[in-house]
Write a protein of this length. Structure first.
Lengths: 91, 191
């Protein structure tokens, strides 16, 4: 069954929580995920960010839900890496 | 639950507002109690139950005032901020952390604003109740309460000094000076 290894999202978020708190909150709720947040544009009340989520099996729907709960919205999926080989089958 | 509340306070910088309200309304509570006890002390021979009733009435009024005024102003402020944020991100934020913060942070701040003067007033009134219960004190009940009011005001000043990074003793002495001036004016007019 294909699993998502990496996904890059274009996300518009309010200034608060800041990127550190934002990334920490996502990582805290989804153990085993590596989160990278890059701010690409800052406006008066919002900032545009690129969020990269990497994991053995990225829980995409849950990640998007967490992003929404934090007051941000996903604008687009910019990049994705999917593997059809589960880690157990690879050995 | 506590972690979530802490996150919401952090999100809105509500902890700073709560701290400011704690000191502001705590100061009001302590100074009001100092004013009442000094006034009764100047009037001389006022029965302790009368002093307790008056002080308790003042404390309850300050609490209700603190609760209601902070809730009304903070909830209006949070609603406004939430609407502005919703426009900025072009999304409904009612079911997000920001929406939760708009509902819960005013309640937390109102609780701090209301409870600060109440707790400080009860602390200052402690000798009055002890005296009423027949427990011997080194000073009279009113004098003891006045001393506790000075202590509370000094501690609030010292706390502010710690927060601002200034030397806590100077900050505490400054609020103590305000308390001393207040008591002096009351005694001058009440004598």
């Amino acid at each position: 069954m294909p699993v998502i290894k990496r996904v890059v999202l274009d996300v518009l978020k309010p200034h608060q929580p800041n990127v550190l708190e934002f990334a920490t909150a996502i990582a805290d709720r989804h153990g085993g995920c590596r989160i990278t947040v890059t701010v690409t544009e800052i406006d008066e009340k919002t900032e545009t960010t690129v969020i990269t989520v990497e994991s053995e099996d990225v829980p995409y729907a849950a990640i998007v839900e967490t992003i929404r709960e934090l007051g941000a919205s996903v604008h687009s999926i910019d990049e994705v890496e999917v593997s059809s080989m589960a880690p157990a089958d690879a050995r | 639950m506590i972690a979530q509340l802490r996150f919401l306070l952090q999100l809105t910088h509500g902890h700073r507002i709560a701290r400011r309200y704690f000191v502001t309304n705590g100061f009001d509570g302590a100074l009001t109690m100092l004013g009442l006890t000094t006034g009764f002390y100047a009037a001389d021979h006022v029965a302790t139950p009368v002093v307790i009733s008056a002080c308790l009435g003042g404390a309850i009024a300050l609490t209700v005032s603190g609760l209601s005024s902070a809730y009304v102003s903070e909830s209006a402020e949070r609603e406004k901020e939430l609407k502005e944020l919703e426009q900025a991100v072009a999304a409904d934020l009612q079911h997000t952390a920001h929406g939760q913060a708009a509902r819960w942070v005013p309640i937390l701040i109102a609780a701090v604003n209301g409870l600060a003067p109440l707790l400080i007033a009860l602390f200052i009134m402690l000798p009055l109740w002890l005296s009423q219960a027949g427990i011997a004190l080194p000073l009279t009940a009113l004098e003891s309460s006045m001393v506790l009011a000075f202590v509370a005001l000094f501690l609030l000043g010292a706390f502010l000094g710690t927060v601002s990074g200034r030397f806590w003793l100077w900050s505490g002495l400054r609020t103590l000076l305000v308390a001393a001036l207040t008591a002096a004016v009351i005694l001058a007019f009440g004598a």
